[in-house]
Every structure is written in C-alpha cells, then in structure tokens.
Design a protein around this ligand. Structure first.
Ligand code: TRP
Length: 448
C-alpha cells in the first residue's frame, strides 16, 4: 500500500510479544484501577460488574478484533484506515471522532495520572503513615484544591508521555510495558489479600459481587458497557493504530483474547482490593467519586507492615500503567498528524501533547481550585470517556460488519494464524449483536 513503515515516520513493533505487551499496556491503566472501582461504587456494585463482564467479552472482544483487522490491513491511523477502505465516503469522520475523543480523554486522564504521581511522593515521604481515615480524606481534598500542585503534576505527566512518544513505537512504547506490568500485578494481589482480611470485609465483598438487579437502568448499562470499552482502549482507534504497526505474521485473535482477559482480571482484582477495605473504614462510602481510590488505598497501606514502601511502589507502578495507556492515546493523534498532515513525529507529539495539556487545565482545576471549572473532569469522563466511545465502537462495528465486510475482515484475521474457527460467531456478533446492543442502549437513553 505504501512505502515500508520503517522508511517513513511510522515504525513497526519489534516482536509479537512486544506488540501484545504494548496492547496490554494500553489496556491496563487508570481505567482498571481508578475508573472501574469508581464506576462500580457509583452505579450500584455487583449488577454493574455483571454487565461489565458480559460487555467485555460479548461486545468488547469482537470490536477489538475489528479494530485490529482495520489497523493491520490499512497500516494507517484511524482516519486513514476508514478512508482507505471506503474512499470518498463520509467514513473518515468516524476516525476523526476518534482522534478528537482521544485528545479529550487524555486531557483528563493526565490529570488523574498526575494525582498518582503526587501519591507516590506522599507514600515515599511517609506523610500519611499512621494517619486516621479523616486525615487521609482531608489530605486528598486539600491536594486537589491546590491549583499549582495539580497543574504541576498534570504537566509533569504530559511531559513524560510526550517524551516517550517522541521515541517512537519500539524504543519508546515497547520497552516501558515489558517489565512493569507483572510487578503491578504482584502488588495488586498483596492488596487484595490484605483488604479481604480486614474486619468488615464481607460487607464490601457482597456489595461488589452480589448483583442487585433493581439498580440496573439504561444509564447504568450504558456506563458498564462504556467502562468495558474504556478499559479495553476501544472506540477511538487506539487499537487500529497499534494494529497498524504490526506485521502480517502475528496472530490477532489470540492477542485480542489474551489482552481482554488480563484487562478484565486486573480490574476485577482492583475491585477486590478496594471494596472490602472501603467497608472496613467507618465514614467512607462507595460513591465517593473520582477520589475513591485515593482515600481508600492509604488506609490499606497503613494496615500492612512496611506499608509506605508498598504504597510507594504501588502508586509509581500505577503511574507507569497510566503512562503506557496515555501513550496509546497520544499515539492516535500523532499517527493521524504523521499520516494525514505529513508532520514529522517530533512536531506531532509536541503539538498534540501541548494542546492536550491545555485542554486538561479545566479538569485539573475543577475539583475545588476554581469553582468556575467545577465538575469538568466528571463531565469529560462521562461524555468522552463514556458516550463517545460507545458511538465510536458502534461505527467500527457497522463499518467492519456492513461496509468493509466480514469476509475481508476474516481474511485479515486469518493472516498469521490459519483458520479462525469462530469466524461465523464473530461475524454474527460484529454485524448484529454489537450494533444492536449499542443502538438499543442509546435509544433507551434518549427516551429517558
Ligand atoms: N484503557 C486505558 C485504561 O484502562 C485507557 C485508554 C488507553 C483508552 N487508550 C484508550 C481508553 C483509548 C479509551 C480509548 O486506563
């Protein structure tokens, strides 16, 4: 289709493992450890979790396969991918929506990632060591009210993200994902064990795992489905972009399954760490909002020997997990600018990163620092981290199922693996189940 990717600004993954790790790195991040527990806490617990699980495997996995096939087939950014398979149609706009959504999601994502940097520092200095739950909560509130502190953290995180994306696909992105994910996993397990052995844990466990179907309505379902997309990095073309750096010899189907399973598992563990601990601390409620993990986790660390050390390790790894996710969002915009606008990587990364930093300022300041911006983070998180992803995923499934065609997509999915035995099932899911499920949810929502 074009010159080999090495010859231009794009790049290729160094190995199949590197690719899978990069996609895992993109998937696992604040979505699992910050957003998932927050949403579960605000939307009724177990019932939300159940819908989330079903959505992950029934809708998320098929859409991920669709994005991977689109990316590898076209070797393009989201806009270019749609355009090259459907020239002179309006489909390029679907990619454009993704690029825009990516810009906005990263703008608030970086703010929260900045909070994790601050909490790494708090753990290192031991300033919450032995603190009461009230002090822990007050520390968070005071921090997010301090304009310079939150802006510095947001800036720092964006600068690091830009630097890694400047390094390109192999040197920058692959390396970061390789060692750090397993360590994060180990620490999370430790937290789960401690949390489950705290007094009062069982109440939290039943909130988390026992579905109360009375709590399900169309808003909750929409939120659970969009959480699945958010967590799997779907709906903006990040997976199209990562697929575009992949050579034909890799197996897309098993990659998608591996990634989705790990992504789900990490989120599930995060819930197991948060909710039992939450219910063991008097005064904390599950609907605490975006600050939830920052007011719960320090209490667990205080109940563990060497808690400061583990706390510091945990927050720094969380920041790194956020980084490998943020990279994938910035990369969408950068790939767009390189492919479609003809910019070089450096200019694209610095320009896009700066715009994202500026866009994030209201989200950074809207949590008590500047009343005028109040609620920006939650709003952006809901509309762009929620609704826009669902619409993006709808467009991908319609495009692949009905425009590009299941046959063509299956051909791409079978390159590098041999037959894809579930291709009929996948075709059915991507043509009917995904779009109809999403459309139904959206229509329900419009009707109130
Ligand atoms: N999946 C990441 C997380 O859970 C966030 C993320 C990265 C993302 N790339 C994305 C979300 C693309 C939506 C779309 O933290």
């Amino acid at each position: 289709m074009s010159a080999p990717a090495e010859a231009n600004q794009r790049g290729y993954w160094g190995s199949g493992l590197g690719f899978v790790l990069a996609v895992v790195g993109s998937a696992i991040g604040l979505g699992n450890i910050w957003r998932f527990p927050t949403e579960v806490g605000e939307n009724g617990g177990g019932a939300f979790v159940l819908v989330y699980v079903i959505a992950t495997f029934l809708i998320g996995v098929p859409v991920m396969l669709a994005e991977l096939a689109l990316g590898r087939k076209t070797q393009r950014n989201p806009v270019g991918a749609f355009r090259s398979l459907a020239p002179k149609s309006g489909w390029g706009l679907a990619g454009g929506l993704g690029v825009l959504t990516g810009l906005i999601i990263l703008s608030f994502y970086s703010v929260v990632a900045g909070w994790t940097l601050k909490y790494t520092w708090i753990a290192v200095t031991g300033s919450l060591h032995g603190a009461t739950p009230e002090t822990i909560s007050a520390t968070f509130t005071n921090f997010i009210r301090d304009p310079w502190a939150v802006l510095t953290c947001h800036l720092l995180f964006m600068v690091i993200t830009i630097r890694i994306v400047l390094g390109g696909v192999q040197r920058g992105i692959e390396r970061a994902a390789k060692i750090l994910m397993p360590v994060l996993f180990g620490l999370l397990l430790l937290l789960v064990v401690r949390s489950l052995t705290l007094p009062g844990a069982s109440e939290g466990l039943s909130f988390y795992l026992k579905p109360d179907f009375g709590k399900l309505d169309s808003v909750v379902v929409l939120k659970a489905v969009s959480q699945a997309f958010f967590s799997l990095s779907l709906g903006i073309g990040a997976i199209i972009t990562y697929g575009s750096y992949l050579s034909p010899k890799h197996d897309l189907v098993s990659s998608a399954l591996t990634v989705s399973f790990f992504d789900f598992f990490i989120a599930f563990l995060a819930g197991l760490a948060i909710f039992p601990a939450l219910f063991s601390v008097p005064g904390l409620t599950p609907d605490a909002g975006p600050g939830l993990i920052f007011v719960v986790l320090p209490n667990i660390f205080n109940a563990i020997p060497l808690g400061n050390l583990f706390g510091a390790a945990f927050f720094i790894l969380l920041a790194i997990a956020a980084l490998t996710s943020a990279i994938s969002m910035l990369e969408v915009v950068v790939a767009f600018a390189i492919d479609e606008l003809g910019w070089n990587r450096r200019r694209a990364a610095i320009a896009a990163g700066s715009v994202i930093f500026l866009l994030g300022i209201p989200s950074a300041l809207g949590n008590g620092a500047v009343p005028f911006f109040s609620g920006t983070l939650e709003f952006a998180n809901q509309i762009f981290g929620g609704m826009a992803l669902v619409v993006g995923a709808l467009l991908v499934s319609l495009f692949v199922g009905w425009k590009w065609g299941v046959g063509n997509a299956v051909e791409e999915l079978e390159r590098g693996r041999g037959t894809f035995r579930l291709r009929t099932v996948w075709g059915f899911l991507i043509r009917f189940v995904c779009p109809l499920a999403i459309l139904t949810i959206l229509l329900q929502l419009l009707r109130g």
